[in-house]
Design a protein around this ligand. Structure first.
Ligand SMILES: [Zn+2]
Length: 232
């Protein structure tokens, strides 16, 4: 390989070592953010399930009160009838029937409501333990980041120095191309197999490939822009 190609390859190797440190830190930070988002969702679920539970509890209380009041009215009116003290017998009978109908109505409504309450209670309890699980995961993710972040920061200093030093002696034209490829998030080298760039699968210029093979010049793929790399 040409001396400039070798320098570029060395720079690329240092760059990837440094990139690995950055990627490791980014992954640890992303894990924390993911757990933070999940915690927000888990807390929202607690709020929703608790609101549903409270609504059902309110309904249960209201229906029970209405049922008890109707039962009391029914019994009191029945007693007046039994003791012959009802001011209007017809109205009293109607009152008893009406009260009895209300008791039946509320009983019928309360039976399924108890099942719903049980489900809602279970959902609310589950949501609360879900928050605890996510809180635990968040603490773990934060601890992993805190444990590793100083080491990464420390390692980044020499890694950056070595990477910057690796730029020395590379022609400006090649450095510009190198930086462009980096900016596009592309790998810097395209390996060569059967005269084809493995970066983009396009056939290379034969004369340039021959020079690259002999190590007399640095060349790049005219299609994707990557430097010609290993001959596979
Ligand atoms: Zn290519």
């Amino acid at each position: 390989m040409h001396e400039q190609t070798l320098k570029l390859a060395a720079l690329w190797a240092r760059e990837r070592e440094r990139d690995a440190l950055l990627a490791e830190r980014a992954a640890l930070e992303a894990a924390v953010r993911r757990q933070q988002r999940q915690l927000t969702d888990a807390r929202a679920l607690v709020a929703t399930t608790e609101a549903q539970l409270k609504a059902l509890q309110d309904e249960e209380r209201q229906r029970t009160e209405r049922m008890n009041a109707a039962a009391k009215r029914r019994d009191n009116t029945q007693r007046l009838i039994d003791e012959g003290r009802a001011s209007s017998y017809e109205a009293a009978i109607k009152q008893v029937e009406l009260s009895r109908a209300i008791v039946d109505e509320e009983e019928n409504a309360l039976l399924p409501l108890y099942d719903q309450l049980e489900d809602a209670q279970r959902a609310a309890t589950g949501a609360v333990s879900g928050v605890k699980v996510v809180e635990g995961r968040l603490r773990e993710a934060e601890a992993a980041l805190a444990a590793r972040a100083p080491g990464i920061a420390e390692a980044l200093i020499p890694a950056t120095e070595v990477r910057d030093a690796a730029r020395d002696g590379i022609h400006r034209e090649w450095l510009n191309r190198y930086d462009d490829l980096r900016k596009k998030n592309m790998s810097v080298f395209g390996d060569v197999r059967d005269g084809v760039c493995q970066g983009c699968s396009v056939k290379l210029v034969p004369t340039e490939l021959a020079e690259h093979r002999r190590g007399v010049a640095t060349h790049y793929c005219k299609s994707c822009g990557r430097f010609l790399g290993e001959l596979l």
